[in-house]
Design a protein around this ligand. Sequence first.
Ligand SMILES: [Fe+2]
Ligand SMILES: [Fe+2]
Length: 307
Amino acid sequence: MTDLKIRKLPFRFDDPVPFQWNPANPEFGLVANAIGILVVAFEDVIVSVVRQVLPRIEDPEVVAEATAFLRQEALHSRAHQAHLAALVRRYPGLQETIDGARASYQRLLEENSLEFLVAYTASLEATFPPLFKMILDHREDLLAPGDARVASLFAWHFVEEIEHRSSALILYDAIVRDPNYRLRVVGPAFAHAAGVYSEILASFDRHVPFEDRLVDSRRVVPHRAWMYEIGVRIPGLARLARGAFPAAFEAVPSKVLGRTFARLMLSQLPNHRPANEPIPEFADQWFQAYERGDDMTRFGVSTPAGR
Ligand SMILES: [Fe+2]
Ligand SMILES: [Fe+2]
């Protein structure tokens, strides 16, 4: 049976939540906000796809894994929606951004086979362990300086994404049964996700005044962000590449960034097994704190375990 735990955390965002929740690293603040909108749209599709394919699965262990996976994703989506609702109260134009991302994922759902959608899900989910390990390993710079509620929301979500890292591939193997199909889907899948993500970022500049964003969203759109991330690491170019604030992932050493990139590439290979991915120490600290009964909605993202 599955090892996944269903954790309903009572996140509350009723007091004003600053759009720029991380003024010490505002580029990362925008990246996280865009991820928040993307996941609400994407995870609702996951829930719908898993519900549709569940009757086709005969193995009770796979059914248990898929059911726990969809329940975790539904809870992630709900918690992020509470955060986004607080942002929309302050910047009503952001509703247009959220609706746009949802509409794009609804079209994806309507226009593609369930096999494609399961493969899309497995491809994207496979990128999360390396990406979120990098973020959690550098939480002191990326998460800890920000608003504790928002930082805790992302810490919880990233930790559970690492916990259920094998789920989408287990589902894929049960439904698609062709390890090579995922490789054929990866191009369109990432083009779609990157397109939605870039649209979200671009809309921030329209809906949120600069003084509340602190940085131009164009600095973090994927097709430009990599130039700044490399530029700030090259002596002589750094001054030109750096804006008023550090680049989103500037605190991450170049070697780690390179290793993460390599792991992202490897995560798409047919023989990839997410269960073998290295896990951030923070994940264990987080699980222990949860078992102790700590308030995980205000969980310090500093070492060790927020104490
Ligand atoms: Fe999730
Ligand atoms: Fe996930």
